[in-house]
Design a protein around this ligand. Structure first.
Ligand SMILES: CC(=O)SCCNC(=O)CCNC(=O)[C@H](O)C(C)(C)COP(=O)(O)OP(=O)(O)OC[C@H]1O[C@@H](n2cnc3c(N)ncnc32)[C@H](O)[C@@H]1OP(=O)(O)O
Ligand SMILES: CC(C)C(=O)C(=O)O
Length: 549
């Protein structure tokens, strides 16, 4: 191995743009979105989509709200060609959606690409050729003039073949492929030559798409390149400036956002960042990033799990569980302090106020998620998370000190098993710990009547270690009367109750913190349709727990 493999690589030289303005811009409206899932995404798959999958993906892209969709590379395969024909002949393209196809700058390929689109109301023909030094030298064995002439020849051919079908509203898109690796003044020279040849007008604009075919630099450098091109392009008012970032350095989303700040009007990418190598820019993340800044992206991601399922089916590739906004785990906290903050945040959040829940950048409900998975419990979790799960799923609202006590029981289980504790596990431990034990104290019945001295008198029918006994006591209320009947075996430190469920099936849940004669304090819980019975059961639950250890 080379002693310093890094010495094999050249540093990228940024463009000089000291008077850049993009850092001061804010994105206040969405760019034009162009999905290239069916082309750039499709060409990156182990098994490209078949017709059924393509149609399913197309329909979903339309439902999400994409108005421009690159549907195929029709000259690449019969499947691609047939798919474009199917979309047109079976009228799958809504009036407000424009389909697009990609072609190399080769006459036979351009001709077939245009033919695939015959009958379209409106269509974008997208021509590309690589122009960066390595491609000129290695792939084409030509010079600057050679690749420029290839762009111009292709543009003429697109003009020629589209001209044969005037019933279609043709839009021309040119991509200097490998733009970001190209000398800026040369990329500008090629683009301006193409623009002057095509002669777009403000009424009939063309698209100049500047790809980071391979991501070469930090996103600020790409933004400088885009701002510089935007300032210097010919007929800027007749050009829709588009970007097409790839994610080789893992910063495609940042590059796209900064490029929009730098003047890009349009962004090409794929759902969940599918695409060649490390992928195209992820349009879901871009859209929802805007959303979380108060700007509606104009795309509907309100059922993100359905979108993800369709994409996974079509691409035969999984979306990572930590994928921004869409992964299974991205609204889930395992760690105690995060859970505590989320639980408090959700309790304080008001429907009509700005979203302000710690650790949750957006409301999971906005992408069709429930709060069920927001908190999941393992050995890293704390009392807040455990309490949240028990409350969310089973309705028990433990008082704060009891949360601490109960979370120790959960911690014991998670330490023993080393695995996640599901909500069912938590409920089972809760039931086992507080509700199931009827030894040594067992409740049978009670009877309330008025005490001679005012207040309440109770007669409770109890078993203690299997022996039936009747206890009598008096107090201001039933619970005090019952505790007095216990003759000093327990004192109430805290009492808390709430109803469980609604309507006729509602039951009372009572929580009592007891001090027992050896000085310990511990909780008991009782559940019953009658609130006094629930309170008596709670006291006996505490006594049974005290007897255990
Ligand atoms: C960055 C991107 O994503 S660009 C899009 C890339 N997508 C695809 O390539 C998917 C579809 N492509 C294909 O199916 C095939 O490449 C086809 C059908 C288009 C062409 O296939 P083939 O004719 O067998 O050629 P092949 O794929 O090997 O292409 C290489 C040739 O095209 C030339 N070429 C490559 N890009 C271009 C271009 N944009 N314009 C003109 N010629 C080009 C190469 O220089 C090479 O020429 P050479 O054979 O004279 O050396
Ligand atoms: C054809 C172009 C836009 C492309 O896909 C790329 O450069 O990545």
């Amino acid at each position: 191995m080379h002693p310093n493999p890094a010495s094999k690589y050249r540093a990228f030289s940024p463009i000089a743009l000291p008077d850049r303005t993009w850092p001061n811009q804010r994105i206040s409206h969405p760019p034009v979105w162009m999905s290239t899932d069916l082309r750039d995404g499709n060409q990156s798959l182990i098994e490209p989509m078949n017709g059924e999958k393509k149609l399913r993906m197309f329909k979903m892209l339309v439902e999400i709200g994409f108005k421009e969709i690159e549907v195929a590379f029709p000259s690449a395969s019969q499947t691609d060609y047939d798919f474009v024909r199917k979309l047109i002949e079976e009228r799958h393209v809504p009036d407000d959606v424009t389909i697009e196809v990609l072609t190399q700058s080769r006459e036979d390929l351009i001709k077939r690409s245009v033919e695939s689109l015959v009958g379209s109301r409106r269509a974008i023909v997208h021509l590309y050729n690589p122009i960066a030094p390595a491609w000129r030298r290695i792939v084409f064995d030509t010079d600057r003039e050679g690749v420029k002439q290839l762009a111009l020849a292709g543009t003429r051919l697109v003009r020629k073949y589209t001209g044969q079908y005037p019933e279609t509203d043709w839009v021309y898109q040119y991509s200097p492929e490998t733009f970001s690796a190209t000398e800026p003044e040369f990329a500008l020279e090629v683009c301006n030559a193409v623009i002057e040849l095509w002669q777009p007008t403000p009424e009939r604009k063309m698209i100049i798409n500047l790809p980071a075919t391979v991501e070469m630099s930090t996103p600020n450098t790409y933004a400088d390149q885009i701002e510089w091109m935007s300032r210097n392009l010919a007929r800027r008012d007749s050009v829709i400036l588009s970007v097409h970032p790839h994610n080789d350095r893992g910063t495609a989303v940042a590059a796209a956002e900064l490029a929009v700040m730098a003047g890009a009007d349009r962004v090409e990418g794929c759902l969940f960042g599918n695409g060649e190598r490390t992928g195209n820019v992820d349009l879901v993340t871009l859209g929802l990033n805007l959303y979380s800044q108060g700007v509606h992206p104009g795309l509907d991601f309100s059922q993100i799990d359905t979108i993800r399922e369709v994409v996974e089916h079509c691409n035969q590739l999984p979306v990572h569980p930590r994928h921004p906004y869409a992964g299974d785990l991205v609204y889930t906290a395992f760690s105690g302090s995060h859970q505590d903050a989320i639980k408090k945040g959700l309790a304080k959040q008001k429907a009509d106020e700005f979203w302000d829940v710690p650790y949750l950048p957006i409301d999971p409900a906005d992408v069709g998620r429930t709060y069920d998975a927001v908190i999941r419990v393992n050995s890293q979790s704390g009392k807040g998370g455990v309490a949240f799960v028990l409350q969310q799923e089973y309705g028990f609202e433990m008082p704060r000190r009891m949360q601490i006590e109960f979370s120790r029981a959960i911690q014991r289980v998670s330490d023993e098993t080393g695995r996640e504790i599901t909500s069912a596990d938590i409920h089972e431990v809760f039931t086992q710990e507080y509700l199931r034990a009827v030894e040594p104290w067992t409740y049978y019945a009670h009877h309330l009547h008025s005490a001679k001295a005012g207040g309440v008198a109770i007669t409770a029918d109890i078993a203690l270690a299997g022996q039936r006994v009747q206890l009598h006591g008096e107090g201001k209320g039933p619970l005090e009367a019952f505790v007095r009947a216990l003759d000093g075996k327990a004192h109430i430190v805290e009492y808390h109750e709430h109803s469980l469920g609604k309507g006729e099936d509602a039951r009372a849940a009572c929580y009592v913190e007891l001090r027992v004669p050896d000085g310990r304090t511990l909780y008991g819980v009782g559940v019953d349709s009658d609130i006094v019975t629930a309170a008596i059961k709670a006291v006996l639950s505490g006594l049974n727990r005290a007897a255990k250890v």
